[in-house]
Write a protein that binds this ligand. Structure first.
Ligand code: ATP
Ligand code: LTN
Length: 333
């Protein structure tokens, strides 16, 4: 069975950036790749590369799991699980660090950005994080990995590591391919549209959370930073705010940016923002309703247990084979 693998860090409430750049894409791909099995996980080992409050982390793990289901992921070709519950992820991360060069990790822009943001105490795990991520993918011989634009560089390193191991030991890992959505791969902050919309931005007005009230959503969109030339066109360099709103609308409605520009080119910003706000409200309404249903039903734990059992069987076998392949332990009889 071919695999599609991806994860999301439980580092706070999910926003429409993560939703449009990744979860909505998973849902679409489940339809398009019916013959593939989806292994989707909550990347809690990744989350602790930066110090976290333990109660908040626990809460966020459960919330992300419930949101995955609320956003419409179907459970028939899916294993949903928590990364740390499968020991092979930590083991694979160490083994892959033995194949990763310092220079490769030093080039990672996410590390540079995140390390810069922290005043002190940058952990070594933040530095080796791409090896953990490569392990998440290679453990399951993923054919495809759906991610947002910011993960492209980590995916390239994963491919390089797979090829490096394969060249040295003979074909062992599937070399994964990224699946990056055409629109929505980089939703920008509503207050600083040249920056990615992020869970870790100090300014809460920069994002819309999936569980935000309708009126908060409207408020955030209506006060989104734009420009003063009054024209609706797609030009991310010169008009990042309007271009971002066009991307959000396009990712939600599945209408191309070109079509949207044609429809709204003679509209004023206020009216256009109202259209975007209503589209977001409408998109998130069923997700919020389903979220509360999912939480109440208690089905999350059953699904996570099933997901864990399936993923663990695959991961255990692969790690045992890899240990053996590289000469660790004793020769198996
Ligand atoms: P943060 O928002 O704190 O920067 P992150 O991007 O480090 O979070 P996740 O939330 O784990 O980490 O990202 C999950 C997935 O969502 C990844 O595939 C990522 O590329 C995608 N994603 C995150 N933010 C955005 C965004 N603003 N636009 C599009 N895709 C995004
Ligand atoms: N690093 C990713 C989350 C992540 C992931 C993965 C995505 C961890 N492991 C494996 C795809 C495949 C992030 O920060 N967004």
């Amino acid at each position: 069975m071919k695999h599609i693998v991806s994860g999301i860090q439980p580092t706070g409430s999910l926003n429409i950036g993560t939703y449009l750049g990744s979860i909505k894409n998973f849902v679409r791909l489940q339809e398009a790749y019916k013959d593939h099995h989806f292994l989707i996980f909550i990347a809690d080992l990744h989350a602790i590369t930066i110090p976290r409050d333990r109660a908040e982390l626990r809460k966020s793990i459960k919330e992300v799991a419930a949101l995955y289901l609320a956003c419409g992921l179907k459970t028939d070709n899916l294993s949903l699980f928590i990364q740390s519950e499968i020991e092979a992820h930590s083991q694979m991360s160490y083994l892959l660090q033995c194949f990763t060069y310092m220079g490769e990790l030093e080039r990672m822009t996410q590390f540079k950005e995140k390390a810069q943001r922290q005043e002190k105490g940058v952990t070594s795990s933040l530095f080796t994080y791409p090896a953990l991520m490569a392990g998440d993918i290679l453990l399951y011989d993923a054919e495809y990995v759906p991610v947002g634009d910011d993960q492209k560089q980590h995916l390239e390193l994963t491919r390089d590591l797979a090829i490096r191991v394969n060249n040295r030991y003979g074909d062992f890992f599937t070399v994964p391919k990224p699946l990056i959505p055409k629109v929505g791969a980089r939703i920008m902050s509503l207050t600083e549209p040249t920056k990615k919309m992020s869970k870790s931005d100090d300014n809460i007005k920069s994002r819309i959370l999936l569980l935000d009230d309708d009126n908060i959503i409207r408020k955030r969109i209506m006060s989104a930073v734009t420009d003063t030339d009054g024209q609706i066109r797609f030009d991310p360099n010169n008009k990042p705010g309007i271009s971002n709103l066009l991307s959000i609308l396009s990712a939600i409605t599945n209408e191309s940016i070109e079509t949207l520009v044609n429809t709204y080119k003679d509209t004023d910003y206020k009216t256009f923002k109202e259209v975007v706000a209503e589209a977001v409200v409408k998109e998130l309404k069923p997700i919020k309703e389903k979220y509360h249903e999912v939480i109440k039903s208690g089905e999350v734990d059953t699904i996570l247990d099933q997901g864990k059992a399936h993923a663990e069987r695959i991961a255990r076998k692969k790690i045992a084979k890899f240990n053996h392949k590289i000469g660790l332990g004793r020769k198996q009889k």
